[in-house]
Each structure stands twice: as structure tokens, then as C-alpha cells.
Design a binder for this molecule. Structure first.
Ligand SMILES: NC(=O)c1ccc[n+]([C@@H]2O[C@H](COP(=O)([O-])OP(=O)(O)OC[C@H]3O[C@@H](n4cnc5c(N)ncnc54)[C@H](OP(=O)(O)O)[C@@H]3O)[C@@H](O)[C@H]2O)c1
Length: 259
């Protein structure tokens, strides 16, 4: 079966690099993000370099009505999505009493509501077909409640928990559900303020090409939850051994500006 992979957040960063690896594997793609120009440029690059077919849908997934419309448009065009990668995401960093509520609500819609909406719609088709994969991009912060990333780390904890439970429900079928939980990645996601924190100094952002290669390997061959990189694995394992108050104290220091 010719795979057709729907990749959200494909215009920049991890998503764009994953698209390049998937195209090199001769997978056809549906590229989704808001920036049509960047998506079109990526489509041309991938079609020329790898001879694959790539479709572009520019839409704002911080509105779930757009996620539903995206699914309907894909069905109208008779495109059969065999894999879904929920990668689009945004982050908000800062003291919760000072960050922008509208930005946080849009982030919740994008990081949570659209992931649930697209998963719900595509998993039904995959279950009927008894074939498909969904990989959700979470974060190491899913394991580590992080002060100053309060809402963001909670959205990623939601994604991880949701993915694990959906995976359990799909056991015994040929629909595979997985989560990929990277640490810091060198992408436009990181603001200048984030980059000045102790956490980024101790665990510098990884090359997005390296992370994308791990993500694609996990999508195509892996299963369950993957945390790429030894340091990230150690960081996500510490809450199992340290009390919650200590984890929060350490994380608060990591998320604070380096002196
Ligand atoms: N960078 C890190 O340190 C890091 C660490 C752990 C996990 N992650 C996760 O990795 C994923 C990819 O992030 P990244 O680092 O590659 O960041 P990025 O370069 O900022 O990419 C985010 C992608 O999501 C798209 N996007 C943002 N808002 C959108 C919206 N409202 N509707 C549709 N698409 C939207 C962006 O494209 P448009 O602007 O064109 O819409 C872009 O393609 C995210 O889920 C993020 O939470 C990142």
C-alpha cells in the first residue's frame, strides 16, 4: 500500500525536517500549517528531489472547526491518510500571572483540541481499514511539570496521557499509536527568553535533523513512547525516584534565567 502521511506543523522546524526524511523514504505527504508560501516551497523541494506527491493545506489549527474542515477536504479529494503525525504546536513561556491568556487558550486549542479532533476523525477510518498509525509529538515536559511553562507542560502531559490510553484501546488491531517526546530542539519554537534559561544551558537545543531522524524511525519502526537522547531519557526518568516537590524545585531553577 502506498503510504500517505498527514503531517501537521510541516512549514518549519521538526515538521519540515520530518517531511524531508519521509519524502526520502518515498512516502507521499499532506503538509499542513498556516504559512502557505513555506508549505508550497517545501512541496516543490520534496517533489523535485524525491519524486513523491505532496499536497498542501494551509489552515489555522488553533480553531478546531478548521481541523474538522481539513478532514472533510481530505475526504472530498479521496485522499486516504495511512499515517497521521500531530506535530503542530506552540509554546508560551513566562510567569503565569503575566502571560497572555488568549495566547494560552489558542495553544490549548492547537496542542490539545486539534490533536484530539484529528485523532478522532482519522482513527475511525484507520480502525475500519484495520491499518494505520498515529504519532503525537509531546515533549520531555510531559513528564516534568515545569514552572514558567505551566500551561505548555500541561498540554504536553495531556498529549502523552491521551496517546498512551488510545494506544491501549487500539491493542489487538493494526492501528498503531505512539508518542514522541523530544527535549529542546533548535527551531523557531524557542524564544530568546527561553534560550537564556538554565535548562537550555544545561541541555542545549538539539539539531532538528537529528531529532527528525529519530522521530521518523519511531513512526515507521517503533511503538509506544520514545524519548530521544540519553540526557532527555535521564531527565524524564528522575520523577520516578524523586518526590514531586523536589522535581518542581529543580525544574523551577532550570526554567529560570541563567545568572
Ligand atoms: N523546539 C523544541 O524545543 C521542542 C521541544 C519539545 C517538543 N517540541 C514540540 O515539537 C513540535 C514541533 O515544534 P518545533 O520545535 O518544530 O516548532 P516550530 O518550528 O515553531 O514549528 C511549529 C509548527 O507548527 C505550525 N503551527 C503553529 N501554530 C499553528 C497553528 N495555529 N495552526 C497550524 N499550524 C501551526 C507552524 O507553522 P505555521 O507558523 O506556518 O503555522 C510550524 O510548522 C511542537 O508540538 C512542539 O511543542 C518542541
Amino acid at each position: 500500500m502506498q503510504e500517505l502521511i498527514l503531517l501537521t506543523g510541516a512549514s518549519t522546524g521538526l515538521g519540515a525536517e520530518m517531511a524531508r526524511y519521509l519524502a526520502a523514504e518515498k512516502m507521499n505527504l499532506i503538509l499542513v500549517a498556516r504559512n502557505q508560501e513555506k508549505l508550497e516551497a517545501l512541496r516543490s523541494e520534496l517533489q523535485i528531489q524525491h519524486g513523491i506527491t505532496a499536497h498542501v493545506f494551509a489552515t489555522d489549527l488553533s480553531q478546531t472547526t478548521n481541523a474538522i474542515a481539513l478532514y472533510q477536504e481530505i475526504k472530498n479529494r479521496n485522499l486516504e491518510v495511512t499515517m497521521l503525525v500531530n506535530n503542530a504546536g506552540s509554546g508560551v513561556y513566562g510567569h503565569f500571572d503575566r502571560t497572555d491568556l488568549n495566547q494560552e487558550l489558542a495553544m490549548i486549542q492547537l496542542n490539545i483540541a486539534s490533536v484530539v479532533t484529528l485523532s478522532k476523525l482519522f482513527v475511525q477510518d484507520m480502525k475500519t481499514r484495520n491499518y494505520g498509525k498515529i504519532m503525537n509529538i509531546s515533549s520531555i515536559l510531559a513528564f516534568l511539570p515545569f514552572p514558567y511553562y505551566s500551561v505548555y507542560s500541561a498540554t504536553k502531559a495531556f498529549v502523552l496521557s491521551f496517546t498512551e490510553t488510545l494506544r491501549a484501546e487500539m491493542e489487538g488491531t493494526k492501528v498503531q499509536i505512539s508518542a514522541f517526546c523530544p527535549g529542546p530542539i533548535d527551531t523557531p519554537f524557542n524564544t530568546a527568553e527561553m534560550l537564556k534559561t538554565n535548562g537550555y544551558k544545561a541541555n542545549p537545543p538539539a539539531d532538528p535533523k537529528w531529532v527528525a531522524r529519530k522521530a521518523v524511525q519511531h513512526l515507521l519502526q517503533g511503538s509506544g513512547v520514545k524519548v530521544p537522547g540519553l540526557l532527555n531519557w535521564i531527565l524524564t526518568s528522575t520523577p520516578r525516584f524523586s518526590p514531586r516537590w523536589l522535581t518542581l524545585k529543580i525544574n523551577k531553577n532550570l526554567a529560570s534565567p541563567a545568572s
